[in-house]
Design a binder for this molecule. Structure first.
Ligand code: HEM
Length: 210
């Protein structure tokens, strides 16, 4: 007879696990919202909001990319239950980031935004990342997955790695003006590690089939 799974593993199947994670994912937004209302975001609250929402988009993206490696490495299949919600939180923070930019930086002027996209490559790259994320979020409902078919859906959703690459380039380009790459290097290392893990598994499965 197989030994029962340890308690920490079964906790991920608890009915309260998903609502709890939902609340946890909303905490950074709540903190920023309260900071904006109480005016505790520093001398330039608009910039603080823009930067913090950009940082949280990238952090959630790293968490989403880590779900499958963590599920396999730790032997916790239940972790897959949270991937869709975490992916939608990437989109939530990316939308908040884009809104901060459109409202505070560009005064919601479509002409100004268009000019900025053409003038500043890091904005163009951010927009490309956001467009891809929009396609991923739009195809996340179960009925769309059924309509697309698993293979096509999986193929499209692999572009989450392209989103990560574009997001890193966006961050790198933005920091290049300030010659400050320390944080970019940390995120790049995390994404490279997660991508490397996928690549190594894919190569191993190819070799097994050959
Ligand atoms: C997946 C999409 C995106 C990700 C992951 C992302 C991430 C980031 C990050 C990490 C930062 C730096 C924050 C910091 O300095 O701590 C940033 C800054 C910024 N992002 Fe994005 N971003 C994305 C999309 C966009 C889009 C679509 C736009 C606008 C069209 C945009 C405009 C900006 C601007 C204006 C800044 C601040 C530049 C400055 O302070 O000089 N981003 N973003």
């Amino acid at each position: 007879m197989r030994a029962p799974a340890p308690r920490w593993k079964t906790a991920f199947m608890h009915p309260a696990a998903k609502p709890l994670l939902f609340v946890l994912c909303l905490l950074p937004f709540a903190q920023l919202f309260v900071g904006a209302v109480l005016d505790t975001l520093g001398a330039n609250p608009a910039e603080a909001l823009l930067r913090a929402t950009g940082d949280w988009t990238l952090r959630f993206l790293c968490v989403v990319l880590a779900v499958t490696p963590a599920r396999i490495a730790l032997g916790v299949p239940a972790l897959a239950r949270f991937r869709r919600m975490l992916g939608l939180f990437v989109y939530f923070y990316a939308t908040a980031h884009l809104l901060c930019y459109a409202v505070f930086d560009q005064g919601l002027d479509p002409g100004e935004i268009w000019r900025d996209i053409l003038e500043r490559p890091f904005i163009l790259v951010g927009m490309l990342a956001f467009s891809l994320l929009t396609a991923l979020a739009a195809t996340s409902p179960h009925r769309v997955i059924r309509w697309m078919g698993a293979r096509r859906w999986q193929w499209l959703h692999r572009s989450v790695y392209a989103v990560a690459g574009l997001a890193l380039l966006h961050f790198f380009w933005m920091r290049a003006g300030k010659n400050d790459f320390a944080e970019v290097a940390v995120y790049a290392a995390i994404v490279a590690l997660l991508l490397g893990w996928r690549l190594q598994r894919w190569l191993r499965s190819k070799r097994r089939l050959a």
